[in-house]
Design a protein around this ligand. Sequence first.
Ligand SMILES: Cc1cc2nc3c(=O)[nH]c(=O)nc-3n(C[C@H](O)[C@H](O)[C@H](O)COP(=O)(O)OP(=O)(O)OC[C@H]3O[C@@H](n4cnc5c(N)ncnc54)[C@H](O)[C@@H]3O)c2cc1C
Length: 414
Amino acid sequence: MDIDTDICVVGGGPAGLTLALLLVRSGIRVTVLERSRSLDRTYRGEILQPGGQALLDELGVLAPARERGAVEHDRFLLEEHGRVLIDGDYRRLPGPYNCLLSLPQRHLLTELLAACERYDGFRQLAGAKATALVEEGGAVRGVVAGGSAGAPAQVVRARCVVAADGRFSKVRGLAGIGYRRQELFSQDVLWFRLSAPPRPGTRRPCDVRVFRAGGNPVLSYRSVPDALQLGWTLPHGGFRPLADRGIDHIVEQLCRAAPEYAERIRAEITGFADLSLLDVFSGSAEQWVRHGLLLIGDAAHTHSPIGAQGINLAIRDAVAAHPVLVEAVRSGDAGAARLSRYAELRRPEVERITRIQQIQSRMMLSTGRFSSTLRPRAAALMSRTPLYGALLRRIAFGTAPVRLRTDLLAAVER
Ligand SMILES: Cc1cc2nc3c(=O)[nH]c(=O)nc-3n(C[C@H](O)[C@H](O)[C@H](O)COP(=O)(O)OP(=O)(O)OC[C@H]3O[C@@H](n4cnc5c(N)ncnc54)[C@H](O)[C@@H]3O)c2cc1C
């Protein structure tokens, strides 16, 4: 039988579940379609900036998600051959969210989902993949979820559909919305995990690092449980020829790039299954709203992992879309004109963050003799100016105020 709801959210990632929670807490009926049956997504970044932490805390999900396991990082460091070129000290920012938080997405999604389930009107269809849109009179009025393994298809009818289905958004494609992919970054990232000795009880500072020791730059941070997450940068599109030379060749490249971890790399990276390649690109959907349709998070705009902005922006999109959708449902008007307020609010920040990431990427990851002579001087110069403090605040808290409309959160838990 068809499901009738106010808002159908496609994609139960950080964007979709944050929005779903805000809406059900505002008394709006929400159905989330999520193609996966588990909360263990293929590897996703997990560094959360202070701005995102603050919003999740206001929603009451940060503390329980942290309790499941998280690591606080005091600083972001750019290092070259053991020398610190940039020391982005988050402890100098105003508290209490003055750290970079490594929080596995599974922990965040578990708590968001648990919070949603405390409200009437929430429903999640897990293992349900959006395969078609229901359109009437030029407006989107629902989604068809393809039944897996012969199960019948399910139609979800809604006043408005939200595409929160990630960087390769199916809904965006089904709606015929174009996507401008921009090759602004000249590196891809090969992610892998290593074991790390347990930390003693006393709190020892951890850092998110981008370091260059030999070979290409490496991103690294401590993750849970007792793991080290590393990202080896390589020229854009350069993985295939490397892979053709075999895993042993790649392992040697990794050891050269991260000699301090060479022993563990040789012992723990034994096959391609231990590696996860991220094709780094940025891009934006040509339209973020349509009659009866709104795009948020990676479905609307995609980013490089540099500067850890994706989750932050996804959460901020959800917070900005929330009052617009509440009004749309209450007024019975989910036309593009009403929804466009959301796009007007969010596009400028997303464009500014993309520009900041381009600067960060050039500053930290560019290769060649010119960049390695110029980089230390430029980094030293920049980190001594007040401009750097201002830039760090923008990276940490966002470039535009996004206020959570707590006045709309009137629904009571069941
Ligand atoms: C390797 C990697 C490292 C990253 N590192 C960081 C980092 O450190 N910090 C940071 O802030 N960001 C990072 N990012 C980006 C961050 O993961 C994303 O920006 C963020 O997850 C976006 O959230 P989202 O909810 O918009 O999309 P997603 O997290 O992609 O969620 C989309 C959801 O939609 C579901 N879905 C997809 N298609 C369908 C369909 N047809 N029907 C139903 N459901 C569907 C998916 O299963 C998924 O659950 C990284 C990304 C990658 C890939």
